[in-house]
Design a binder for this molecule. Structure first.
Ligand SMILES: Nc1ncnc2c1ncn2[C@@H]1O[C@H](COP(=O)(O)OP(=O)(O)OP(=O)(O)O)[C@@H](O)[C@H]1O
Length: 511
């Protein structure tokens, strides 16, 4: 087995050496402080000289999450049994996907196997500390049984629980009963015994738990979330087992929608700090979240929520098509604080860069917009493999503000279709992208387009007092002015920084 990153082993002293069979061939196996490597013993290589041309291979200990003595047991036999050798449980990466692989090192000597298992366990525990990996031992797990196709309990029981058991991770599971259940539990319960919190569900479940963890950190540190504009970081990392219909947050830290990959990131303690936003309206904190859409994204979600009885994909397609049919801009006053870095204005990355701006420089625009998005994470998904906000990063301390001005329906569809592409996005004159640290948005209402689809407008569209926002896939109605601030590294998620989703692109059938 090759290292996934093609790394060379640093010179390292051999701690143990033994002869084991891999398959039917005897191998010379070496244990060092960071790897197990093996070379076939053949007539032309009786001393087990190493080299890839000699069939040598290795596994890095940072990718090993369990080691067991392998025994042959009769059906129903729970303990004892004839010793067959060792089994290393490892993670192997292909693209962004992590898979569990087992390496069987066969030798029937009980004392040899015990010596190796003892050494390996010590090294795995020590490595977890020296590499500052946060390998969890005790997790709180929330499962939303209603996510997407109602498969989350099954996914957890069949695919994730066995991996956690194998890695000796203890879990305390809650199956959620209603929206808001996670928030009420996390606000109240003792969290000190846990090393991390995991949710199994879609973006709505992730959003509720991420908000709850950050809010809990404020309460624990005696801060008033409504008045403190510099929130403290969440103390516990969040693991996301994707079981929703789009799974944007999970895709953004795993690069793939794959529950096993998500579980292996958790088991191996891969932590990624992630920026979040706070959303304030009428001077009060509404929520913490990763991304928000106003205008088209908010209104189509509001419409979809009214058709909850439809299956999710049909509901989403129906709402997109219906909102597209009644496409019209919103008049807004938009102010933003540009990030203290070279940022994009008016054009795509690489085409036109303006000089760095200072963080106290505020900008304001009054205009009509079809859509306004504020994204602290790239928001990758199978529908948008490079992300809805490809120019932001998980930890750059800024969000991407994407404003889509008044354009024709066909131009707007062209804009949406660009997200479906695996390639870099082309520029469109009515789309502006900026890197920002804060945004204030004051909507004035929808611009009326006489004679065009008035019957499509819903009461909430026309409400003067509240406007629908799509925050991490959840519908949030907010009144008047909304202030969004980016908070660097507010939470840690189990996962990595990824460039793009590597599964095949899924296109939306309605556009
Ligand atoms: N037992 C429950 N019954 C009803 N709603 C629940 C329950 N548990 C959680 N919820 C809420 O359901 C909402 C949607 O959940 P989730 O996002 O996981 O599923 P989804 O909508 O199918 O997935 P996606 O957001 O990826 O489309 C969330 O707001 C969550 O708080």
């Amino acid at each position: 087995m090759k290292t996934e990153k093609g790394e060379q082993e640093e010179p390292d002293s051999v701690l143990l050496r033994g002869i084991f069979k891999l398959g039917k061939i005897s191998h010379d196996v070496l244990l060092t402080s960071n790897s197990v490597s093996w070379t076939p013993i053949t007539p032309d290589n009786p001393t087990g000289e190493r080299g890839s041309e000699r069939g040598s291979d290795r596994v890095w200990l940072r990718d090993v999450f369990a080691v067991k003595v392998k025994r042959r047991r009769a059906a129903g036999q729970q303990t004892g049994g004839v010793v067959l050798g060792l089994c290393l449980f490892c993670s192997r990466r292909t693209g962004n996907t992590l898979q569990e692989v087992k390496v069987h090192l066969l030798n029937t000597s009980l004392s040899l196997c015990h010596t190796w298992v003892t050494h390996l366990k010590q090294l795995l525990t020590g490595n977890a500390h020296t590499h500052k990996q946060s390998v969890p031992r005790q997790l709180k797990v929330f499962i939303n049984p209603g996510s997407h196709k109602k498969q989350s309990v099954l996914i957890y029981r069949e695919h994730i629980a066995p991996l956690f058991r194998m890695a000796d991770i203890h879990t305390d599971i809650t199956i959620t009963e209603r929206k808001g259940h996670i928030l009420s539990l996390v606000k109240e319960c003792s969290l000190t015994q846990y090393d991390g919190v995991v949710c199994v569900g879609g973006d709505g479940t992730v959003a509720e738990l991420a908000h709850a963890l950050v809010l809990r950190a404020q309460l624990d540190s005696q801060r008033d979330p409504d008045s403190d504009l510099n929130p403290v970081q969440a103390t516990l990392p969040l693991g996301i087992i994707p079981a929703g219909s789009t799974d944007i947050v999970s895709c953004s830290v795993h690069g793939v929608r794959h529950p096993i990959t998500a579980a292996l990131h958790i088991i191996l303690g891969h932590l990624q700090q992630v920026d979040m936003c706070s959303f304030f309206s009428l001077g009060r904190l509404v929520t913490f979240g990763f991304s928000a859409m106003f205008g088209f994204g908010g209104r189509s979600l509001a419409l979809a929520e009214k058709k909850r009885w439809m299956p999710p994909p049909q509901r989403r397609d129906y709402a997109l098509a219906k909102t597209m049919a009644s496409l019209r801009p919103e008049e807004c006053q938009l102010s933003f604080l540009p990030a203290n870095q070279t940022h994009m204005s008016g054009k795509c990355r690489g085409k036109k860069l303006v000089s760095p701006v200072s963080s106290d420089q505020s900008n304001a625009v009054h205009g009509v917009f079809l859509s306004i998005s504020i994204m602290a994470i790239p928001s990758l998904s199978p529908h948008a493999p490079r992300g809805l906000a490809p120019n932001t990063r998980l930890t750059n301390g800024s969000a991407e503000l994407i404003t889509v001005g008044n354009a024709s329906r066909s131009e707007f569809i062209k804009h949406l279709k660009r997200y479906n592409s695996q390639d870099e996005q082309s520029c469109l004159s009515f789309v502006e992208t900026r890197s920002v640290t804060a945004v204030k948005l004051r909507p004035h209402g929808m611009v009326s387009c006489p004679g065009e689809g008035e019957e499509e407008a819903t009461p909430s569209d026309q409400s003067e007092s509240s406007f629908p926002w799509n925050i991490d896939g959840e519908l949030v109605e907010m009144a008047h002015e909304v202030v969004v601030r980016v908070h660097p590294r507010l939470i840690s998620l189990y996962g990595d920084e990824v460039e793009k989703v590597d599964s095949p692109t899924v296109s939306c059938s309605c556009i």
